[in-house]
Design a protein around this ligand. Structure first.
Ligand SMILES: [Zn+2]
Length: 93
């Protein structure tokens, strides 16, 4: 994981800011998938505080006892249906 110094002040975990308009903890929109997907709702700039050199997506069986790493193609298809296929708590975004 790498940080993007343009997207935070002193600490990337608690001091986020938009590299475009400077808004602290800006409201955001999600356009598509990938590192460029999360954008400032005010100015549209990419607000990627963290960047990743490597990553992977894992799917689990219903009992969450077995996990399999999927290909990039499958991960992209899952990302397009994230709200439908992810096991997030109801209030999570
Ligand atoms: Zn902005």
């Amino acid at each position: 994981m790498r940080t993007n110094p343009a997207a935070y002040g002193d600490d990337p975990f608690v001091d986020k800011k938009c590299p475009g308009c400077g808004q602290a903890w800006p409201d955001f929109i999600v356009e598509g998938t990938g590192e460029q997907a999360v954008r400032c709702a005010h100015c549209g700039a990419v607000i990627d505080t963290f960047r990743f050199d490597e990553g992977y997506t894992i799917v689990f069986d219903e009992q969450r006892r077995v996990g399999l790493t999927v290909t990039a193609e499958v991960a992209e298809r899952l990302a397009e249906r994230a709200h439908e296929v992810m096991a997030l708590p109801e209030a999570s975004e």
